[in-house]
Design a protein around this ligand. Structure first.
Ligand code: NIG
Ligand code: FE
Length: 409
């Protein structure tokens, strides 16, 4: 035993279901870190008597500790802003109408293409720091605002550089199939271009950990999804999908058939879709920020997902059009108020189940022996407070791979 750090005087919300209690909580807990990993955890009274003399003992002063938060669905890297469209929508235009008139995603594509790698990096870094300040230590970042070779790869390189520069683990997703770019009139031809030209380059530069697609009338149809997923499989890349956000196209079930990591949005998911997700083990990622910001009224089938045992994650969907959200804690509140998740389900949605959605199961998103020591210490009296505050930030300290990377106050 050669522990580096022993954290005592903490209440652990382990989020480990094996503990069989709310939040997997250990009151009066202690936790040992060795080589960036959790070496031991338990109640303080169970601590072995013969502690190594060189171990640094840190008193958590009664704070709650959770796993580092994970935002498993973001479009963090983009140029420009869509505040003008927000005003248009307030005057009555719908999100889909704006998209069909060449605004929406395409207006961000224009701004992103016009941005240098450094400009994209700096604006995304500002957003990333806001997430990190709230205890986010893992984040997924999609491309999808380039829609042509150089700018898609530029977005993914920025995502990679963010992960190399900040103490946040970044999962990169290739979303070339976000919408049809202005250079193409035909979705089939664009999907062929993605499969034949872009995907091989993305895969050979190891710029993506997964492939995503927007399956929707203003995105891509099922046949195009299947074609893209087949190409992703040829390159050994896992898949995920934006599905059933504005209508029911059967995208989630199709993705489940390809062993997708997750299906995201899901407001219009039907029973068949729920059953397909349950059978495949894919995670249902709920995005309350987009639901709120687009003033949707169709609720995702949360009870059916629960009944079927589908793991539910919650993410910010941080993007300039449908969810300009820069707070994952606010998403916890919205998941509870809008979707009626319990605070415990919401927290599992940004820890254990978010890790699962990124293929990081066991490694992150849970406080357990052997897992990475990514932890957050909170100034709260109960874990439900994480979903309770609207715009507050009770984060006290963020630890990544056993090292303190941020301390507030
Ligand atoms: O997840 N649904 C598609 N994509 C994004 C929105 C992108 C945008 O409007 O710029 C989403 O909501
Ligand atoms: Fe999205």
């Amino acid at each position: 035993m050669s522990w580096d750090t022993l954290l005592t005087g903490v209440r652990l919300a382990t989020m480990d279901p094996a503990r069989g209690c709310a939040y997997g909580a250990i009151e009066d807990g202690a936790l040992a870190i060795e080589d960036g990993r959790i070496a031991w955890l338990g109640s303080r009274v169970e601590l072995p008597g013969d502690l190594p003399s060189e171990v640094e003992v840190v008193d958590g002063e009664g704070r709650w500790v959770t796993p580092g938060l994970i935002d498993c669905h973001t479009h963090l890297v983009y140029g420009g802003s869509r505040a003008g469209e927000f005003e248009l929508r307030l005057q009555g235009a719908s999100y889909e109408e704006i998209a069909r008139r060449g605004g929406g995603i395409l207006s961000t594509v224009e701004a992103t293409r016009a941005s240098s790698e450094q400009e994209l990096y700096e604006s995304a870094a500002r957003r990333l720091q806001r997430f990190l300040a709230e205890g986010v230590t893992g984040i997924e970042i999609k491309s999808g605002y380039g829609l042509e070779f150089d700018s898609e790869l530029r977005q993914l390189r920025v995502a990679r550089r963010l992960g190399e520069t900040y103490p946040v683990t970044v999962s990169k997703t290739f979303l070339g199939a976000h919408t049809l770019p202005p250079e193409f009139e035909d979705g089939d031809a664009y999907i062929d271009y993605l499969c034949d030209q872009m995907l091989p380059a993305v895969a050979s530069e190891q710029l993506a950990d997964a492939v995503d697609v927007f399956c929707e009338s203003i995105g891509f149809n099922l046949a195009q999804v299947e074609k893209l997923f087949s190409a992703a499989r040829d390159h050994g890349l896992p898949v995920k999908i934006h599905a059933e956000q504005l209508s029911n196209m059967g995208g989630a079930a199709a993705a489940a058939g390809w062993g997708a990591l997750s299906a995201d949005h899901l407001e219009y998911l039907d029973d068949q879709g729920v059953a397909a997700l349950a059978a495949s083990g894919a995670v249902a990622v709920l995005l309350p920020g987009a639901f709120y910001f687009l003033r949707e009224t169709q609720l995702p089938p949360v009870q059916a997902l629960r009944d079927a045992g589908v793991p539910i994650a919650v993410a910010s969907d941080c993007n300039p059009g449908s969810s300009p959200a820069e707070s994952l804690l606010l998403m916890l509140n919205m998941a509870c108020t809008l979707f009626r998740l319990t605070p415990e389900e919401a927290l599992a949605g940004v820890t254990r189940n978010a890790a699962h959605a990124l293929g990081w199961k066991q490694e992150r998103g849970v406080i357990a022996a052997g897992a990475c020591a990514d932890l957050v210490l909170w100034d709260i009296e109960h874990p439900a407070e994480l979903a309770y505050f609207l715009g507050g930030n009770p984060c006290h300290q963020v630890v990544v791979a056993g090292e303190t990377v941020l301390r507030h106050g």
